[in-house]
Unconditional design. Structure first.
Length: 196
């Protein structure tokens, strides 16, 4: 008779409540008020900032309505974070001849975000490398320490793409870097580092 072996995880093994890791954010403009706001909040509270930030999507405005299914909202309802420090991406952009200001990113301990309002979106550069392919269900990861550890490195492919940009190519440094999406405003007090 064959004995059945069962592997048992330690008590609470899959019940991690504290997310560890670091997230990065680079505000695209001066921040007003006491929180980083999703684009759709800017529309009502700061229309001038909304216009400034939507201008970069003028060629493809539908991206702002793209559904973030795991969070039950749209692309315009989330604040974006990177699980990777932007330094290697920006260095690659500079190598391609782009002028990129020296600016340290804001630092956010990942545990300050509610996992029920947060998801990791895997990004796949489109055929030309200048836009992200539309997501499917497999492009979303739960916001956990394990998932963050799996995506917190810049890929050689991303650096190579940025280093070889042609003068007329769009910049899009984050097109093939995973995004951490948080539904709702993020209070400035949650950040550990906010360079001025």
């Amino acid at each position: 008779m064959m004995e059945t072996l069962e592997a048992k995880a330690p008590e609470g093994f899959f019940m991690t409540h504290t997310i560890t890791g670091i997230l990065y954010h680079r505000p695209a403009s001066a921040v007003r008020g006491n929180a980083i706001l999703p684009l759709n909040c800017l529309r009502d509270l700061h229309p001038d900032l909304y216009e400034l930030h939507t201008a970069k999507h003028a060629a493809a405005p539908a991206v702002l309505d793209q559904v973030v299914a795991p969070l039950g909202c749209s692309w315009g309802d989330v604040v974006f974070f990177s699980p990777v420090h932007p330094r290697p991406l920006l260095a690659a952009l500079r190598h391609s001849g782009r002028t990129v200001p020296e600016q340290e990113p804001w630092v956010l301990p990942a545990g300050r975000l509610d996992p029920d309002r947060t998801v990791i979106r895997l990004m796949r550069a489109g055929a030309a490398g200048h836009h992200a392919d539309p997501p499917d269900a497999d492009d979303y990861l739960p916001f956990t320490t394990a998932s963050l550890r799996a995506v917190n490195r810049v890929t050689v492919q991303a650096v190579r793409r940025l280093r070889t940009l042609q003068p007329d190519d769009p910049w899009l440094p984050w097109v093939d870097v995973p995004h951490v999406l948080y539904r709702g405003p993020v209070p400035l007090t949650w950040f550990d580092g906010r360079p001025t």
